[in-house]
Design a protein around this ligand. Sequence first.
Ligand code: ADP
Length: 519
Amino acid sequence: MDNENTLKNKIINNKYYRSFKVRLSVVMLLIGVISIVVLGLGVVYIYRARAIKVRTQDFYNQMTILSYQLLTEEYFANPYSEGVEAKVELYSDLYDGRVMIIDNNFVVIKDSYNSYTGKYFIAPEVLNASKGNPTSKFKDGYIIITVPVVAGSDDPSNIQGMIYAGLSIKQIDTTTGILDRSMLVIGAFLMIGVIIASATVPTALFRPFNRLIESVNALKEGFSNKRVEADYYEETKDISDAFNDVVDRMKAVDDSRQEFVSNVSHELKTPLASVKVLAESLNTGENVPIEMYQEFMGDIIEEVDRETNIINDLLSLVKLDKSSPDINVELTDINIMIEKIFKRLSPLASQKGVDMIFESERDVKAWIDEIKITRALEDIIENAIKYNHEGGFVKVSLDADHQYFTVTIEDSGIGIAEEDLKHIFERFYRADKSHSATIEGTGLGLAISRSAIYMHNGSVKVESEEGRGTTFVVTIPIRFIEDNTLEISEEETLEEMPEVIEEETKEETIEEAQKIEEE
Ligand code: ADP
């Protein structure tokens, strides 16, 4: 058994067995050989069958003519006629066969071989003919025909005798033999053609694929600006297009990673540079007053805090960026969650003189990772407070339908310029440098928020008008949908996600979620 397995594996792993070119060659060779053999044998067989049929018909016609002659010459009454004798000889010579004329009593009157003359000859065919039925059959290389000699009507009583004739098909076989040999020669030439074709055509057909492989190999070194070019076949074009797409995407990822690393280095260096300047000025200054010491030390602590914030944010981002981030989904009361965020941010809001309003359309419970979504919403709400005016407001509204809950964060703050709007979710992006200088931040908050929302298959939209305020709309599914839902069968997906239902049933869905929690 083991041996069998290893042999099977050996065959399967054999490079020739696995080669597309070799397989194509073998298939071409097999098709070629089978076609030539079938064609050759078929032609010879059809020719022979047809020749025998024509010859039989021809011979039968001649025997019928002979039977008429026997009648007109009243041969059975007077069994000697020069005409009949000559004809019988002629037929047996011409057709390389034997002709016997037999009377009603089954006595052979005339035999072209002479050996049966005067003897009884009873064979099944002769008996059949004696009843008025002509016969023809092919046996042992001979066509055998019997014809009744009937005067007037077909009444068996009018039968005067029978003709029994055998015809050799030697001639036909000789012709078939010649045909056989010709087919063999033609077949041999065709076979050579097929062998040459099956050895060369697959290699030629495969050439564009070789070019594709070479092209891909040339790119192996790195994401150069070169592209895979293999447009010869539609198939190679599809592969090269798909490959170029992948390369483009990887290049984009590589570029953004490089940009990210350089941004990170820059951002991490800035607080350190400040710390160094502050420390150096304290170190090199003579008789530095204690107040200055305290002030500079306070600044150093602030810079260290900033550095810590950046590092913490980076760690959060890295965690969210993992291909399968740790996600801890639980049924969460969104109203309570937002109230907790409000509690934490209210000191900042009162310090800034900003009013905080929370409006909830209904109680909402959803399956989410509470820590991640809290972080995402807290960042957006904190921004709404940070980038606001004294006496301004931040209004957070919560609503839900049967599938999603929506948190809208509206502020009356400084707004975001249109050209900045499309960049605010990028890492380290901070709009309007004049504000960024006075308002603390790492530029990572919204990037983290968006990652967490996307991880829940949610969306975040932003609208803003400079000087008037900004509105963020965060939409998240109530039932957590994992990315691999695409692999789930249709029925399961339908079961997982309720069908679209009317407005009135919203409440029911929320109640349902609560029931699930109780269970
Ligand atoms: P930061 O740490 O700078 O707040 P974020 O990623 O949270 O970083 O935000 C990116 C930038 O988007 C901010 O620097 C700010 O310029 C702008 N921004 C975000 N939210 C608001 C808002 N509510 N109003 C005005 N500008 C905002």
